[in-house]
Write a new protein. Sequence first.
Length: 325
Amino acid sequence: MQPRNMSMSGVVDLAAVKAAQEAKAKAEQARAEAARQGGGGAVSPADLVIDVDEAGFEREVLQRSAEVPVVIDFWAEWCQPCKQLSPVLERLAVEYNGRFLLAKIDVDANQMLMQQFGVQGIPAVFAVVAGQALPLFQGAAGEAQIRETLDQLVTVAEQRFGLTGLTVDPDAEPGGAAQPAPATPAGPYDALLEAAVQALDAGDLAGAVQAYKNVLSEDPANMEAKLGLAQAELLQRVQGVDPQQVRKDAADKPADVTAQIAAADLDLVGGHVEDAFGRLIDTVGRTVGDDRDAVRLRLLELFEVVGGEDPRVAAARRALARALF
């Protein structure tokens, strides 16, 4: 089955908010069920590293990613760097004690999965969180870099999706983990968030914007609503524009703040994250006063769309600070 949300270039994922809600609900239900059973549902350390093929991908990766981040190690028997990297990942999976699950995919036996993830060479390491894929690194990597990447992954999984990982019991029988619990009852804002997602699906961007604002008026820290609002407002701004004219205006008028902001919106919707950020940072460096503030504020809005934990956002924030000061 085609993994959902497998585009590696786009950043505006209209399913992200809904996936986050579902993932958080399942995670909370799993924790509640484990507590009710007195710690039941724990996995053995041996269950933290699994071999996955195309037939089991949906069940063992996509479905499991609703309760724990799944790190995917694309490897092959003939790949010497893989033989160096894989043991490190396997050791860290046990050391991280259920904060992520390691899925090993043999590219020779699973060419379709390799193509779906856009793997160009191995070793290649990806992650799937709440059904959404993201590349981590490709080629040889030192353990310090791997640890830093994994730390960022588990932090994002917990903060954005409420995934705190699996409960590990050294005495548990391998392969004896309980199945995920049924969905939890709806939370206080689930109906509004679901209405927003449905509005997005129907192309009613104004309705989606209002639904997200309704949530934020009651719960200003709601991450799903913040992300959804940023995405919906971005799509609303580019709706109905002529892309060729927008890009022509930006090329012909490099000092025109409005033209550069409009082009940056298009860049981001098209998945050209660095181009969008770079365009606005360059514009910040060429402007002053109210124009500079307008560009800076739009850039901060685009940071919200991509997510503050994304390394491209971190790099752009540093570049923005240099441009401002």
